[in-house]
Ligand binder design. Sequence first.
Ligand code: ADP
Length: 533
Amino acid sequence: MLKPDAAVPVDQQFVLSNLAPGPVQKRLALGIVIGLVVALYLISGPFAGIHLGAVNAFIAIYATAIFVTDAVTAILLYAQFSILRSRAILVIASGYLFMALIIIGYTFAFPGLLAPNGLIGDLQTSAWLYVVWHTVFPMFVVAYALTKEDSSARPWPGKASTAIGWGIAATAALAAAAIYVAVVWEAELPVLMLDQLRFSPSWPYLVGAPIATVCIAAIVALWVRRRSVLDLWLMVVMCLYLVEVPLSYYPAPTRFSTGWYAVRVVGFLSSSLVLTVLLYEITTLYAKLLNAVQGQRREREARLLTGDAVAATIAHEMRQPLTAMITTADAGFRFLDRAAPNVEKAKEAFRRITADGHRAGTLVGSIRANFKSDVTERTSFDLNDLIEEALSLGGSELQKHRILVQAEPNRQIPPVNGNRVQLQQVLLNLIMNAVDAMAAREEPRVLSVKSAPYDGDRVVVSVADTGNGIGSIDAERLFNPLFTTKSGGMGMGLSICRAIVEAHDSRLWFTPNSPQGAVFQFTLPASAAPAAG
Ligand code: ADP
């Protein structure tokens, strides 16, 4: 609904005095003015002359409510000045403070409210204070419109608190002076009230004309320099002031008529308008802040999760070649440590360590490629060879747990196309998971790795075990990163496998084995080219 003004710096685009009003706000403002004018003249017109009598409680509530709303509006605007350092905001904040202070004098002077003739001043005092209130505030609005800076203006250079202090002091002095004149020089001032009830015939010239003039001046000034939401609503306030003028006098120039009470209602509405908009703005800003904080938190969590996933992936992928290197190095030592060292076997061990080292290096590269979603290097190769290599890499573990391996090569399948290192990693992961699942189980422990043509132009590989199988609940989370049921598990293996297989435009899925265990299957695209040597 609110659109930031394009000419305003980004960090200041969220405040009322800088936001450009949207069409909805403009229509709402116009609607309020027209609606109120029509409603008030319709309601009060025929009944305006009816004398309702003095309801002191109403006047007390009216004065207190206006004092509170004006004071709170002033505080919020001063606070906004301390952020924006805009002279215009300081001026309008002081305008609201002026109103709040004058209303104190008005309440004290109003006859019959705190004392029969008012606590301070005499017959004319409260009427003149009403005039001061309704002429000086529009002057503050004119000053606000004239001091409105464009976006290139320098913010107030001094300390905000000093400026606010001076603003409050000057405004208080002005209000005190106005109250002093209305009280002490009451007898010298032109007559506005004939008695406590009736307005003097000069009211339209002494009250109506000056108020209308300054209000129109304020509306023109705001219209010419209008840009922000605050300008729009101040214009509405000035329009409501204009509505008050004739309504106070016509058709019955007396206090406590229906028209007089209607004017108080309009007065309260106009006094609370900017406060309502300020509160709306604060709530909107609060919601935006909350959103921003939540967004930041989500982003941080996502970054941490990615960091966790990278760390877990590296640890997971590197564990296997490193373990193999340590085991082979131990074996190499033993070959050399004998009374008659077996140099050939030791050399073979070193060759395997070198091969494992290279494999680890390639793995690091492929992990990086995975996280960068790079297009990885693809070749055409025979899947039977890959299965054999993966089984031999997992060979020591398979032997250790006395697992029977069924893996007859299938010569019917075409060569496949893919990243050899990554796919070897997938197979090895599935084989090691099968080993883990069967390690603690009674015999028979059977691992069956098969391949077969699939869907015309594909090949399917299945890794089946007779391990403890996977429950239906776990089966749903199986491929989630960091899901594991093992005490030393990382929970990254299957999620990496799935990511790799999907990067090959293929699928990896799980089915239960019969009578027990698990079967993992994945497809791969067949290659048109013959397998590379
Ligand atoms: P990790 O092996 O580190 O736990 P994985 O992502 O490879 O991580 O596996 C996740 C979980 O899936 C394992 O903890 C295990 O509970 C289950 N799982 C995977 N493969 C098998 C299998 N062949 N048999 C039974 N459970 C398995």
